[in-house]
Ligand binder design. Structure first.
Ligand SMILES: O=C(O)Cc1cc(O)ccc1O
Ligand SMILES: [Fe+2]
Length: 444
């Protein structure tokens, strides 16, 4: 059986524990999870107890995040990490280019060189903030044709993985997740994981969130239900790798304050037999998103499409929001239905998982799946000319938008491109032209 077939067989039978932000618990071997205490004098079955903290010990209960892991070897037993090649990974602060007020758009990444795993194929587009201050975010893309054999963890932030092509099997310390295009997977800060490919190639986007962990947005007058529902988030159940007494060499790569560091362990660190807690990875199917929109007139702001938000200390002001443009009905009367022209104090990176986006043409050289656009703070954007002309003249019958899945990472600070993104061959030259020819129609 090929590696891909084996991984697919494993992924098919995955079990999950549901809910968002709740306390989960799981044991892969009966009796592995201590009952009634976290650190018994001797943990069950000869395991080592370890706490993994995603928040300061003293943060309010509503923000407090930690998981207790019961593992075959303690994480502390490892050789020194040494710097390794950062590849195409860049981190905040982003200083390779100056922040650009222009609208920018990229075609998809070119195919990866043979033998590229998820980590080698991680390519940073840009970002903001400072990884050492736990502020801001980075936009990465990835392309891969090989499963990781090494293990990765990110001390700088949580990783929201948005597959666009190819399903992934993500083996984490807390268990396995399957994430296919249309789903998103989140790996919390510090959790070690390995990405295996379930298809021949994989491609997608990653939001690295240096700031406060993503949570579900408040619903206000929407009420107790809607948008992304908590019960549709799936955390893994415990699953562990046991290399026996002899062990085996496993490379572990850690992203720390912007650089990659590597150590070769004598065993797999994915050796957690039982765990409980709320600092957990999860997967969410974007097709489960309950879309709320206008049923009278006008185009609502896209904040109604927020799946996850990373709050700042200012109420309503997110470090970064993850927003999805999912299939929905448009029924607005006397309304220009696609996104309006606008200039936004927040900065918008948009990607396309499949099909088309209702503000942009999707043809070659347009906004295509795997590509992305960056509309930085206050930059003027909105429907391209083709969309404006079509939507201004359209007959306003109820209309189902179900030919695409787009998303946005919307962030409070401008996104500064990396040198490789600003100079990329796949940066579209002449993006401004999509707004050319919007004719003067003023007839006083
Ligand atoms: O620019 C975009 O396409 C994203 C967007 C969508 C929308 O429906 C309203 C505002 C907005 O920024
Ligand atoms: Fe916008």
């Amino acid at each position: 059986m090929s590696g891909i077939e084996q991984a697919r067989k494993t992924a098919e039978g995955l079990a999950y524990s549901t809910g968002f932000g709740n306390e989960h618990s799981s044991e892969a071997v009966p009796g592995a999870l201590p009952i009634g205490r976290n650190t018994p004098q001797r943990a069950p079955l000869g395991l080592y107890a370890e706490q993994l903290s995603g928040s300061a010990f003293t943060e309010p209960r509503a923000h407090n995040r930690r998981s207790w892991l019961y593992r075959i070897r303690p994480s502390a037993a490892h050789p020194p990490f040494v710097r390794t090649d950062n590849g195409a990974v860049r981190s905040a602060p982003f200083t390779e280019t100056v922040p650009d007020p222009n609208r920018l758009r990229w075609d998809p990444l070119p195919d990866p060189a043979p033998g590229t795993d998820f980590l080698a194929g991680l390519w940073t587009l840009g970002g903001n903030g400072d990884a050492t201050q736990r502020t801001g975010m980075a936009v990465h893309l990835y392309h891969a044709d090989s499963s990781m054999e090494r293990v990765f963890s990110d001390s700088d932030g949580e990783l929201l993985i948005v597959p666009e092509r190819g399903a992934l099997l993500v083996r984490t310390e807390l268990g396995m997740l399957r994430a296919a295009p249309g789903e998103v997977a989140l790996i919390p800060r510090g959790v070690r994981f390995r990405v295996e490919l379930l298809d021949a190639t994989a491609r997608g986007y990653v939001c690295e969130n240096y700031g406060r962990p993503f949570v579900l947005p408040d619903l206000g007058p929407i009420g107790a239900n809607g948008l992304a529902n908590a019960r549709d988030f799936r955390a893994p159940v415990a699953a562990y790798e046991d290399d026996g007494d002899a062990g085996r060499p496993v490379e572990v790569v850690n992203k720390f304050c912007g650089n990659l560091w590597s150590a070769t362990y004598d065993h797999s660190p994915l050796d957690v037999v039982a765990w409980h807690g709320n600092h957990v990875p999860y997967v969410y199917d974007l097709r489960r998103f309950n879309v709320i929109g206008s049923i009278s007139y006008d185009h609502p702001d896209p904040s109604v499409f927020t799946v996850l938000t990373s709050p700042s200390d200012t109420p309503g002001l997110a470090g970064v929001d993850f927003v999805v443009f999912a299939p929905r009905w448009l029924v607005g009367e006397d309304t220009f239905r696609p996104p309006y022209f606008h200039r936004n104090v927040m900065s918008e990176y948009m990607g396309l998982i499949e099909g088309a986006y209702d503000a942009k043409s999707a043809g070659k050289g347009g906004f295509v799946a795997g590509g992305g656009s960056l509309h930085n703070m206050m930059s003027a954007h909105g429907p391209d000319r083709e969309t404006f002309d079509r939507a201004s003249a359209a007959e306003l019958k109820p209309q189902k938008i179900d030919d695409g899945l787009a998303f946005m990472f919307e962030t409070r600070w401008p996104v500064t491109a990396t040198g490789q993104a600003a100079g990329a061959g796949h940066l579209q030259r002449g993006y401004d032209d999509v707004w050319e020819g919007l004719s003067r129609n003023f007839r006083p």
